[in-house]
Design a protein around this ligand. Sequence first.
Ligand SMILES: [Zn+2]
Length: 335
Amino acid sequence: MDVDEAHQEEEIVPHPHEILWYPDGDVVLATDTLLFKVHKLILSLQSSVFRDMFAFPAVDGVQDASNGNGAGVQETYEGLPMVVLIGDKGKEVAHLLRTVYERSYYYRDDDGTPLEKITALLVLSTKYDFRRIRSDVILQISRKYPISLKGYLGIDDDWAEMFGTRRMDCHYPLLNAVLKADVECLLPLLYYACSDYLMQGVLQNSRRLSMDPQSIIVLISGRDALKDRINSIVKGLPDEVRESAAQSCSSPTPKPCRKVAYFTGLDATCNTSDLGELNGKSIASAAFLKRACENCATHIAKFVDKKREEIWNELPSLFGLRCWKDLKEELAKLS
Ligand SMILES: [Zn+2]
């Protein structure tokens, strides 16, 4: 074994956090890298998990080592009880504890909040049942992923800055966090956002984040269903222009649109899961629809937008989730 290997195998000793180490703290929380000397009362006031943990009676000075949340008091540190937060990363726990202690550390209306802070807060506030923090983070994410199609499309710019990075780089980390935190009202929106990737991108992102394989199956199945819905609408457009021409055509020429109008280049709108591309005004424009009168073009634009709305309404079911109405109610309860 050379020196480098010996160094790698050397155990990292967790050290006290530079801020979250209060002299009068009465419990030490331990993670893989950091220690936090904090107050049982402060944590108990906001978290039912810590409240229950601290309420366990001590046996011979050492409290129960397990509470079912991967945390337990197993030993002491400088005479104080030490709770080992199994599986939690020091940096992420620091985000949670600073939010608990510092009024200005996390603010749900601050769009500049870094993504890693948002995901850490969502996952850990759920794990330890800090309800106020959890609902604040969910409401903050929901503002960036609106439940209405119009609201969603109005904000859906891949390159827009969001949570300290590009919007497109937020989708997968947020989906992963929302899955871990079991926030169903955000799931269809994040599954939808994560659908607009090539299969290679889906697999690379899920591997990078070690995502739950079952959830990736749900994502890929929903993504395929979404593409099928969009393709079937696009394929039906030539029939629709013939149909609409029969009813409302205003062509003054001897040959009404049903005989002369045609679509071209529709392939560009196929095989996508992006409902932004299924845009009535764009598809009924001269770029795709040729030799159609104004009435027929308007009919096609409305038809496409109506079908797009129908797909959006169906979106949660494509990913095996409850309907929008139920999910809206779940979100409203958090406000
Ligand atoms: Zn016409």
